[in-house]
Design a protein around this ligand. Structure first.
Ligand code: GAL
Length: 640
């Protein structure tokens, strides 16, 4: 597949006289794609109904005349001020009941019917006018960014009642499913049910989890409405740009509605508060970013790009891009260092190694005004080349020589399940118990052994071709996945907390994990203080989450008192605690070896990614690393 580069451009920010020169410079740099339009609503419709599309028409002409392909973003993440006058109740409301006001972006509630109709209207008008002239679409911008999925507005409350009535049909059925008898929380009518905020103590977890599912469905409904509006006038593929560690909506649901999944990769922006890295690693990776966080999202969004295709586990047909690649320092993280020289090129190659079709840099020119003045672009505000420009140019030259990066199925599959994230957040049972972190640490452990990984959705029904499959913390296994586990020859590791709850977040009887073919019963769970991990008998510790299990199976890991922590029957294993990196390495090495793979213990900063024909080796560290007889420079990428 032909790999391409692109950038994000805001013609409405610049005098029209410089558009043609910008377009020429983009093409000369070797860019193919340019995304425009996603924040331009106030220029497209300055007052209700006063449509001014001519400037956008001229911008598209200028860009396409230079040979660029345009991705047009629908401008619905930034409704203009008049929208609020027209729909005063369209704002999202926070958990304290405070409206999230106008003056930045994403100030809308997904459940508000009036706003959704406005979003569909502007989308339809754009599709009608430009549907045959643009090469791709983007719906909205970063659903969920700035914590915008959950809203406690009146619109959300009314829509939630309707959603519950459809799901449960009768208040009695809902009362039973939620266990509302517990504190006399029964409802006689759906209209009595409120949103689960501002309660005296914790609300019913089933109420919370349904609210999370509902909130996710509202995002998918909003997106589908735009997709339908575009589809009526355009055959161009439709994308959405997801974010790093945004888990408030089910990306697989939105992914099923779209042709292309994209995401916005800000490795240095993410490092301090999304990765969960130690203070020491935050310093070590300050100018390079975490060695696994970007890769995790590349693999996750490759799966989201595949969602809805008949064989969800096949990665070779995924369409996914990096729509926004950090090109220099950003402005929004706790601290904002410049990347190590070479990292912009490095991040681009890392994305290609994971199968990206296109990597687009955010943004073309640094803005001299408003919120993101300290956010680098490929150009400085004075139009001179910034540091990232030469690195993008280098990638463009290298792309010409590179052997095709062919995708192939990875040997390892790791489940990521958004609903499990919501369930863990609803009932963490102790500080620090975070599903994303458990899955991410498992992913990190696999990568440290040199293994390439496919992330797969929780309803995957076919595990053919995988040697090792893991589903840590997947709290309610789907019937499809249970059958797939039954059918596979792969080594499978489940637990901790896998298949621990019913879909209504109650404890099933027989007690979990209730897996056919594995005699394990979780008879008690406990959580540990974050500062008090306890030892595995064979080295390393377990932390935060620990289950006491009754079992007759072969015990392969124990605690210091010889109580079972991991058991195995044939290819199926259950892990009853959250291992630290040392114990994780032993557990994964054993399983990978049993699966016929060849795990290696990579140096701290080295990562490998295997594709159809090419092995990529990356040095994520700030110093040169000796590996297999070669010295790999900082920001170094080798392909063989
Ligand atoms: C992204 C967003 C862009 C821009 C960028 C800055 O999250 O989509 O519009 O704000 O961050 O890094």
């Amino acid at each position: 597949m032909k790999r391409a580069l692109g950038t994000c451009y805001y013609p409405e920010h610049w005098p029209e006289e410089i558009w043609a020169d910008d377009a020429r410079r983009m093409a000369d740099l070797g860019l193919t794609w340019v995304r425009i339009g996603e924040f331009a609503w106030s220029r497209l419709e300055a007052t209700p109904g006063d449509l001014q599309f001519d400037w956008l028409d001229r911008a598209i002409t200028t860009l396409t005349d230079a040979g660029l392909k345009v991705v047009l973003g629908t401008p619905t993440a930034t409704p203009p001020r008049w929208m609020l006058t027209k729909h005063p109740d369209m704002l999202a409301v926070d958990a304290e009941g405070r409206p999230r006001k106008f003056g930045s972006r994403r100030h809308y509630c997904f459940s508000h019917d009036g706003y959704r109709e406005e979003a569909v209207r502007i989308t339809r008008l754009l599709a009608e006018r430009f549907g045959k002239r643009v090469a791709a679409w983007q719906t909205d911008n970063e659903y969920g960014c700035h914590d915008t999925v959950i809203s406690y507005s009146d619109a959300a409350r009314d829509a939630f009642r309707t959603w519950l009535a459809q799901k449960y049909q009768s208040p009695d059925a809902l009362n039973r499913a939620w266990g509302n008898i517990f504190w006399s929380m029964d409802y006689a009518e759906f209209d009595e049910i409120d949103l689960p905020n501002l309660t005296v103590t914790e609300p019913n977890p089933a109420h919370l989890l349904d609210f999370r599912r509902f909130s996710s469905d509202m995002v998918a409904r909003f997106n589908q409405a735009q997709v339908d509006a575009i589809r009526a006038y355009s055959d161009a593929p439709i994308s959405h740009n997801y974010m790093g560690k945004v888990t408030e909506f089910d990306h697989f649901d939105v992914g099923r509605q779209l042709e292309i999944a994209t995401w916005d990769s800000y490795p240095l922006g993410f490092l301090e508060d999304r990765v969960g890295a130690s203070a020491e690693d935050q310093r070590h990776y300050m100018r390079q970013g975490d060695p696994d966080f970007q890769a995790f999202h590349h693999d996750l969004y490759r799966a989201v790009g595949t969602a809805g295709r008949p064989e969800g586990a096949q990665s070779d047909i995924a369409r996914w891009w990096v729509m926004e690649q950090q090109p220099g320092p950003v402005n929004w993280a706790p601290s904002n260092p410049a990347p190590l020289p070479g990292m912009v090129r490095f991040w681009t190659w890392e994305a290609f190694a994971h199968g990206a079709e296109c990597v687009a840099y955010f943004r073309w020119r640094q803005a001299p005004f408003a919120q993101e003045q300290y956010h680098a672009g490929l150009l400085r505000p004075d139009s001179a080349e910034a540091e990232g420009f030469a690195e993008a140019a280098q990638v463009a030259r290298e792309l010409a020589d590179l052997p095709e990066v062919e995708q192939s199925q990875a040997p390892v599959a790791l489940v990521f399940d958004y609903a499990s994230q919501w369930a863990w957040e609803t009932q963490p049972q102790g500080v620090g118990n975070d599903y994303f972190q458990l899955v991410f640490e498992t992913y990190k452990g696999l990568r440290q052994l040199g293994l390439s990984v496919d992330i797969i959705p929780p309803d995957t029904s076919n595990l053919d071709g995988y040697a090792l499959v893991l589903a840590p913390g997947a709290i309610t296994l789907s019937e499809a996945f249970k059958s797939a586990i039954d059918a596979t020859d792969a080594q499978v590791i489940l637990g901790p907390r896998t298949n621990a709850k019913t879909a209504a977040l109650s404890t099933p009887v027989p007690l979990p994990p209730a897996l056919p073919g594995l005699d394990v019963t979780v008879s008690r769970v406990e959580t540990l203080r974050p500062d008090s991990p306890e030892p595995f008998a064979d080295g390393g510790t377990y932390k935060l989450w620990r289950e006491q299990i009754d079992t007759t199976e072969e015990v392969i890991e124990t605690d210091a008192q010889s109580r079972p922590l991991m058991v195995r029957n044939g290819t199926l294993s259950y892990l009853a605690a959250w291992p630290d990196s040392d114990a994780m390495r032993r557990i994964l090495t054993r399983a990978a070896t049993a699966a016929g793979l060849t795990p290696v213990h990579l140096p701290k900063d080295i990562r490998i990614r295997d594709t159809g024909k090419t092995r990529f080796t990356f040095n994520h560290g700030p110093e040169p690393v000796e590996y297999k007889g070669q010295t790999i420079a900082p920001a170094g990428v080798l392909w063989t």
